[in-house]
Design a protein around this ligand. Structure first.
Ligand code: AQP
Length: 330
């Protein structure tokens, strides 16, 4: 049996280069070596307020983005989370084995709750349990995600281990796949913060996959650098390190080749070349996004939901049976 991967992204805001370099790019690279499930996690999106019309449109847009970056629906299963009811149902079962104290420790909850102040929904608090359900339903071996999801993955493992201990072997315990490079792409406006789609203040620090060439030019032009002059990879100089990391990943040149390319040059050259390679990457990608036919998309998502259901359904049934949740049919 090939090993299985599961991952997802939220159809909120605009997908950015951080999402691509930290996650989507690796999904594409891994999809032929694993049985792959890529989900559009719209139930996660509603943990903060969303306009229903915008959410529906963003869900389809994200599906197009998955396909346009290179996820092959003939090889991978692409589906929308709310189309497979088992995600919500397993969340309830897992809620009953998760401790409040575990969720209170989640840094993403603390960050997002701070921004929401008065309006923190129970769903936002419960987000990591829904994520555990997503992953465990597919008996997942590997979860390719960016660095920001590491803590949630650790909780998923803890929940699976506890469930298996208390109710008998039910879930495979998944491992994270966090890339060595690109797992945390930083904001161009503030290299101390990760590039983030929900951070409205730092729109300027985020290259969106659907940005036009002018926006890309403007954002790189304004990107924060530092007072040094040398262009080399150096974790102690996060702004330049971040720009070089993006260049290295987009061009697939080795770090040594990148440093050689910019040897003796100034930051203006770095920004100009980075702008060019980003536009070169985005242009054909955006053409592919626009070329995806609506009917074809429906068909891919319907087929994806059916394939996902075929794996998720039996896992949920086993979890319920192991917990003693037997009703009329048993
Ligand atoms: N800056 C980043 N660098 C590398 N990887 C990143 N990811 C997110 N930001 C970066 C990874 O992208 C995948 C999909 O993310 P998501 O849709 O689940 O959203 P998120 O993790 O909450 O991060 P976003 O996109 O910036 O949204 P907000 O602003 O809501 O936090 C995940 O694998 C994630 O690790």
């Amino acid at each position: 049996m090939p090993k299985r991967i599961f991952s997802g992204a939220q159809p909120t805001g605009n997908v950015h280069l951080g999402n691509y370099l930290g996650a989507l790019r690796n999904w594409v690279a891994l999809q032929r070596d694993y049985e792959s499930f890529f989900c559009i996690v719209n139930l996660h999106a509603i943990t903060v307020p969303q306009d229903p019309k915008v959410l529906a449109a963003k869900t389809r847009e994200l599906a197009r983005i998955y396909l346009a970056v290179g996820i092959d629906p003939e090889v991978s299963t692409v589906f929308v989370q709310s189309d497979v009811a088992a995600h919500a149902e397993l969340t309830w079962l897992l809620n009953c084995v998760t401790r409040m104290s575990e969720l209170e420790r989640m840094t993403q909850f603390k960050d997002k709750a701070r921004k929401q102040q008065e309006n923190v929904g129970v769903g936002l608090f419960d987000y990591p349990v829904l994520m555990a359900a997503d992953i465990l339903l597919y008996q997942t071996d590997l979860v390719p995600v960016g660095e920001d999801q590491k803590q949630h993955l650790e909780l998923t493992r803890d929940i699976a281990i506890r469930f298996n201990r208390d109710y008998g072997e039910t879930f495979r315990v998944p491992d994270p796949f966090i890339p060595k490079v690109g797992a945390r792409i930083m904001s161009l406006a503030d290299p101390a913060k990760k590039m983030s789609k929900s951070d409205e203040e730092s729109e300027a620090g985020c290259i969106m996959l659907l940005d036009d060439a002018d926006a890309v030019r403007r954002k790189f032009k304004r990107a924060v650098t530092d007072s040094g002059t040398e262009i080399r990879f150096d974790a102690a100089r996060p702004a330049i390190n971040n720009l070089l990391t993006i260049y290295h990943l987009l061009t697939e040149k080795t770090p040594a080749e990148v440093e050689e390319h910019f040897g003796g040059q100034g930051y203006a050259k770095l920004k100009a070349d980075l702008t060019d390679v980003t536009i070169e990457f985005l242009k054909p990608f955006q053409e592919r996004v626009r070329a995806i036919d609506d009917g074809k998309l429906d068909e891919i998502l319907e087929r994806g939901a059916a394939r996902a259901e075929a794996i998720a359904g039996p896992t949920l049934a086993q979890a319920k049976a192991n917990m003693g949740l037997t009703g009329a049919k048993s």
